[in-house]
Design a protein around this ligand. Structure first.
Ligand code: PAF
Length: 316
C-alpha cells in the first residue's frame, strides 16, 4: 500500500499502525515489521525508544519541522544507512521563532509528510504538540555562548537557543545513537555538533549536503512562500555562491571584494534585501578577511517577505 496513507491521525496519547508493508531494514539485521508508526505522545515515544534499545536496536533521528521536501528526504535516506530504526520528528518549534516571524504561517501538512516519510522507509514519526513539549511552567533552555552570536544569530536573537533546546529535548525523548542534519542550515549544524560535544551526548551527528532544485535554488519549506517572480529572484543566493567560487578560482582572496560583488548581484534582482553576506571560519564562524584556506560563505537574503539562507565552503 505504498503511497496510500490513510487520513486518520492518532489522538495524542497513543500511537497506532498506519501502514502495513513488508520491509527489511537496510542493515539487514532487523525487520521493522513493515509498519510506520505515528507517535504524538512524549511518554509513548520514550517507552517505544526504551523497548527498541532493550532489543539492541540502533535508533536514528532526523529532526524536522515538517512540510517535507527533497532535502529532508535526503536526510532520511542517509539516516536509513546508519541504524535499525529510522525516526523522524515533525515539530514546528515555537521557541526558535521570533515574535514577528512566520511561526503561525509555517506550512504544515502531516498527512502529506507521513506519505513522503513512508516512501523513504521511515519507521516512526514523532509529532508532539507544542503544549506537551513546553508545558505550563516550562523554564529550562540550552544556550551556547559564542556560536549563536554570528550570522543568523544576529538578526534572529534567541533562535539558536530555541533550536538547541528542542534538539536536546528530542534527543532525550527519541534516544537516538545517530542524528542527521542538513548542511543547508550550516550554523545550526555547527551549533548542534558543539552542543553534543559540550554536553557529552553519546550521539553521532551526521551532516548531509544541501539538496538543490535543477537551477540551483536550495530546497526549503519556505520556498513555498515565493511567487514566480520571487522564485526567479531567489536564484541570487546560489548565483552569489557561484560568483564567489569563480572569483576565488581566478585568484581573488579579499573577502570584502567578494562580498561587494555578491551584494551587487543580489541587488540586481527585484524585491531582494540582504540580511548578511559573510565569509567565515567553517568551525568557529569567526569572520575571515582573506580566503587562503577553506572558508564558509554564508548568506541570508529577504526575497519579498521570505528570508532565505544558503552557504558553501569555498576552497582557494
Ligand atoms: O532544521 C530544522 O528544521 C529545525 O531547526 C530543527 C532542527 C528540526 C529544530 O526544530
Amino acid at each position: 500500500m505504498r503511497g496510500g496513507f490513510p487520513i486518520d491521525i492518532c489522538q495524542p496519547g497513543h500511537y497506532k499502525t498506519l501502514l502495513t508493508i513488508e520491509r527489511e531494514s537496510s542493515s539487514g539485521s532487523f525487520a521493522v515489521g513493515g509498519t510506520i508508526k505515528l507517535i504524538t505522545n512524549i511518554e509513548s515515544m520514550q517507552e517505544e525508544a526504551n523497548r527498541l534499545l532493550e532489543a539492541g536496536k540502533t535508533i536514528v533521528l532526523v529532526p524536522t519541522m515538517g512540510f517535507l521536501h527533497e532535502g529532508h528526504l535526503a536526510l532520511m535516506r542517509e539516516g536509513r544507512k546508519h541504524g535499525d530504526v529510522l525516526t523522524i520528528s515533525i515539530f514546528v518549534n515555537p521557541t526558535q521563532f521570533g515574535q514577528n516571524e512566520d511561526f503561525n504561517t509555517y506550512p504544515r501538512d502531516l498527512k502529506r509528510d507521513m506519505n513522503l516519510a513512508e516512501s523513504v522507509g521511515v519507521d516512526i514519526v514523532f509529532a508532539p504538540t507544542a503544549e506537551a513539549m513546553y508545558e505550563k511552567g516550562y523554564q529550562t533552555y540550552v544556550n551556547l555562548e559564542v556560536l549563536p552570536r554570528y550570522l543568523c544569530g544576529i538578526s534572529r536573537p534567541g533562535h539558536f537557543r530555541g533550536v538547541a533546546t528542542v534538539v536536546t529535548k528530542l534527543f532525550n525523548i527519541v534516544k537516538p545513537r545517530v542524528a542527521i542534519f542538513g548542511e543547508k542550515d550550516y550554523q545550526q549544524l555547527v551549533i548542534i555538533r558543539r552542543m553534543v560535544k559540550d554536553l557529552n551526548f553519546d550521539i553521532r551527528i551526521i551532516g548531509v549536503p544541501t539538496v538543490r532544485e535543477a537551477d540551483g535554488l536550495a530546497t526549503s519549506s519556505r520556498n513555498t512562500y515565493l511567487s514566480q517572480e520571487e522564485r526567479d529572484s531567489a536564484l541570487c543566493l546560489y548565483q552569489s555562491l557561484q560568483l564567489a567560487a569563480e572569483k576565488i578560482a581566478r585568484g581573488t582572496r579579499n573577502a570584502d571584494e567578494l562580498i561587494d560583488a555578491a551584494s551587487r548581484l543580489i541587488r540586481s534582482h527585484p524585491d531582494t534585501r540582504i540580511d548578511y553576506v559573510a565569509f567565515c571560519d567553517p568551525e568557529t564562524l569567526e569572520n575571515v578577511e582573506r580566503i587562503d584556506r577553506p572558508t564558509l560563505m554564508a548568506l541570508a537574503v529577504w526575497v519579498g517577505k521570505t528570508r532565505l539562507i544558503d552557504n558553501a565552503v569555498l576552497k582557494p
